[in-house]
Design a protein around this ligand. Structure first.
Ligand code: UDP
Length: 235
């Protein structure tokens, strides 16, 4: 396997499947099956999950809600998704731990780096909930932060687009996909990989990012095996 320890970032929106809101159990089961394939091969897996399928702080602020209040609602949404994912993974015979940046002790462990690493070493999948625990951040930033902290080999950003393109492929049919690109070229070309905070943190710590389509069967496995035809590697 190319990567021994991965930080998988899943967006909350991806969990909606074909629905307009919430969590689609079919999608959860699909993700659990894909994650199991790499788990069975001994890859250590940490996961950060977003909350956009339930609530985004910015959306609240747009309709007059206090931004900080909205962001805490968003963080709580990521914990709900984390619990759902934990259930799906355990239903597929994987051991997991949910650790959260906001303490919610009846349902999850508090985030403790050394403990998270120990879980990974024992083959448990660690899900990080509540993002960074701070308003004005995103779960992409939380993913890179946790990835750096636990010494992950790579950030795997599973989305519905299969890589980084010259333009938005959902809007521009002439857009071309990069197989590999450097952090500097992403900046020079003004491409959108992650928000600036997340991207800068990744770049400064030389932690590569692979953007790939998580909705295609075996893609996660192929990325972990180092198959360059899947997704785009930013390094
Ligand atoms: N959030 C936050 N701090 C963090 C991570 C998330 O305040 O460190 C809030 C923020 O309101 C964000 C929401 O949680 O909009 C959901 O996260 P995100 O939008 O990153 O989820 P995704 O787009 O991946 O579904």
């Amino acid at each position: 396997m190319k990567y021994k320890r991965i930080l998988l970032k899943l967006s909350g929106e991806a969990l909606m499947g074909d629905q307009q809101y919430g969590i689609d159990p079919k999608k959860l089961a699909e993700y659990a099956a894909e994650i199991k394939k790499v788990h069975d091969l001994g890859v250590e897996i940490a996961i950060v999950i977003g909350g956009g399928n339930i609530f985004r702080g910015v959306a609240g602020a747009n309709v007059g809600m206090d931004r900080v209040q909205g962001d805490y609602m968003g963080m709580l949404a990521t914990i709900i998704n984390g619990l759902a994912l934990q259930g799906a993974l355990e239903g597929s015979e994987m051991l997991t731990r949910l650790q959260t940046a906001l303490k919610i002790e009846a349902v999850a462990e508090p985030y403790i780096k050394r403990r998270a690493v120990r879980h990974l070493e024992k083959g448990r999948i660690v899900i990080f909930g509540a993002g960074t625990g701070n308003p004005y951040f995103t779960t992409d930033t939380a993913a890179v932060l946790r990835g750096v902290e636990i010494n992950a080999d790579v950030i795997l950003k599973g989305t519905r687009v299969d890589g980084v393109y010259t333009a938005d492929p959902e809007k521009d049919p002439t857009a071309i996909k990069f197989e590999n690109i450097t952090f500097s070229d992403v900046l020079k070309k003004g491409l959108n990989v992650m928000d600036t905070t997340a991207f800068t943190l990744s770049r400064e710590n030389e932690l590569p990012i692979v953007v790939f389509d998580m909705n295609k069967e075996n893609n996660l496995l192929k990325v972990c095996q180092g198959n360059d035809s899947v997704g785009t590697t930013v390094s």
